[in-house]
Ligand binder design. Sequence first.
Ligand code: SF4
Length: 243
Amino acid sequence: MEADQRFEPGALHARSAELEHASAQEILAYALETYAPRIAISTAFGVEGCALVHMAVQIDPGVRVYTVDTGYLFPETQALAQRLVDKYGVHVETFHPALTVAEQDERHGPDLYARDSDACCAMRKIEPTQRALTGLDAWIAGLRRDQGGATRAQIQILERYDHDDGAPLIKVHPLANWTRSDTWRYVLQNEVPYNPLLDQGYKSIGCWPCTKPVDAEADERAGRWGGRKAECGIHTFLPRRDG
Ligand code: SF4
């Protein structure tokens, strides 16, 4: 039987190279058409995710969007999610960790994020992400190469991963070639809602215990985890099959 070219690593590699010359909108449209209906956008409502949601609803108003509510989101992030829903009519599916923050505190002690952020991220981000990805053929994320760090600098536009059962999962990065300036230009020109904390010294926003404002010159993700780590693990936990 002939391999499905949408998932075959060699074909994907070639297609990804072709898409290096495409716009973010063209990449998004290609992905939504190729992998529908088993495709979704993940967002934590960073400025890239907001841009992607805006772009995607122009292509498919019924696009699937999911987020993980760790229980530690800033109120400003929760309000932003509602603003996007209200403005674009997009349906955002929210996944929660198995334990509430109170249950986690009881079972693992208070403030686990300060003692073992990897364990906290595994329970509050990675496990819900695994559930969100179940049944999907493709997953769209707003990573950019110029966000720095080895993980992001080397992303491809299309990447092949495997679910635990061996089924393929394609990760799509429509903004791989965008800079921080490109993102802000898009959001401001299109009047896309964004997190007001980004006007208050924050450059990247996640859970409130692990996110701090940074100097204007600091790296984009320097305010996350006090510089102790650069990624929570949701973009690195799956085995890559084409790398
Ligand atoms: Fe826990 Fe911090 Fe990870 Fe959020 S970012 S899941 S609070 S360690």
